[in-house]
Write a protein that binds this ligand. Structure first.
Ligand SMILES: Nc1nc2c(ncn2[C@@H]2O[C@H](COP(=O)(O)OP(=O)(O)OP(=O)(O)O)[C@@H](O)[C@H]2O)c(=O)[nH]1
Ligand SMILES: [Mg+2]
Length: 351
């Protein structure tokens, strides 16, 4: 899972990236390089399972974060190149997180609504260009061959154009599975799951109107203070926790970013346990047991027979696996079973 951190210049992207990856990159320097780092997904349930099963290793799920250089709208030829570069990076991501500056920090009065709208426009224009190029090609194809390869595509692209011309994201449109398949071939930016990060001073109230506007455009909204949390990196975990609690901050930036990412990508967690490893995995909500098995290994999906399923809460209530079995909390489920968040799975398979 690849999440790209995007935004205008000096909004705190690299600061946030440092907070969630511990990378320690210099900030406030207008970087032009892209950085990537894998980050563990913290999950207290997995820590408890590890205590219970005492395996050789614990393997958390992971997310890869990408710090993408910011862009300056309307910055002439050079700014134009920069904008293109940021869009090219963005297309490779599974989800985008736009950081918005809600602090002054010596960069002038913040205008979070303007940043939100500027980015929405930039992404919509980039997608519109693809749609228009495609429509042009389809028109040529039709006049040359008398028809197009996929008759679903021209009306779909027309719909896309109408949507984008109103600066609305493609994410808002209802697509049927066939359309989704066609659209997925184009890496549309406004079709990607979106997180909007309101980066503000720790004692400030994040702008509610911007949060609402972002929510209406289908984004997950996070509000945090990257600058303040970066300073906490010098403290011990315990001291940092106390500091956040004093400020009334319940979830540190990393947890908020993970929750928003899972929300935007519609993911949930399941676990596998055993003497070798206790491990957390991410799978799309609504996935069947074989699809979840396929996240572990394609053989497990291909040769799926059934899954032994224990709900995390049932296991904790029972105390251990044999007590859960005795209490009939370990169920045998077939191919149609829909995996639930927190399920502990053991896949029976044969290939
Ligand atoms: N006051 C305040 N300053 C912050 C906050 N977050 C980041 N900053 C500061 O804002 C400046 C810019 O931060 P960066 O993280 O470098 O911004 P960026 O978005 O990566 O900038 P570019 O890579 O140039 O686009 C730095 O001096 C940070 O210390 C915050 O929450 N409050
Ligand atoms: Mg930066």
């Amino acid at each position: 899972m690849l999440i790209g951190i995007i935004g205008l210049k000096f909004t705190g992207k690299t600061t946030l990236y440092n907070v969630i990856t511990g990378a320690g990159l210099p900030t406030g320097q207008g970087g032009v390089d892209t950085h990537r780092a894998m980050g563990k997904v913290p999950d207290p349930r997995l820590d408890i399972l590890t205590e219970m099963f005492n395996p050789k290793r614990q393997v958390n799920a992971s997310v890869e974060w990408v710090d993408i250089p910011g862009f300056q709208p309307g910055a002439g030829a050079d700014g134009g190149r920069e904008a293109t570069r940021f869009l090219e990076h963005g297309r490779k991501m599974d989800a985008l997180a736009q950081v918005i500056r809600c602090f002054d920090g010596g960069y002038g009065t913040p205008d979070p609504m303007d940043e939100l709208e500027t980015m929405a426009l930039e992404l919509a224009l980039a997608d519109l260009q693809i749609v228009e190029n495609r429509l042009e090609k389809l028109t040529k194809e039709k006049s040359k061959m008398g028809k197009v390869a996929n008759p679903l595509e021209p009306p779909m692209m027309e719909r896309f154009r109408a949507q984008l011309e109103q600066d609305r994201p493609l994410r808002d449109l209802e697509l049927n599975p066939d359309e989704n398949k066609i659209a997925s071939g184009y890496s549309f930016l406004t079709l990607k799951p979106m997180i909007v990060v309101l980066n503000h001073e720790e004692d400030a109230v994040p702008p509610i109107d911007v949060a609402e506007a972002a929510g209406r455009a289908g984004a997950e909204v996070v509000s945090l203070s990257a600058g303040m949390e970066e300073e906490l990196a010098e403290l011990s975990e315990e001291e940092a926790g106390e500091f956040l609690a004093d400020l009334g901050i319940e979830e540190p930036a990393l947890n908020q970013m993970i929750q928003a990412s899972y929300g935007a990508l519609d993911l949930q967690s399941f676990f596998t346990v055993g003497p070798d490893e206790c491990r957390a995995w991410a799978v799309i909500k609504g996935a069947t047991a074989p699809v979840a098995a396929g996240v572990i290994h394609s053989d497990l999906q291909r040769g799926f027979i059934r899954a032994e399923v224990t709900a995390y809460d049932d296991l904790i209530a029972a105390g251990d696996m044999s007590a859960a079995k005795a209490a009939n909390k370990v169920r045998l489920e077939g191919k149609g079973y829909l995996v639930q968040d927190g399920d502990i799975l053991e896949i029976r398979f044969s290939v």
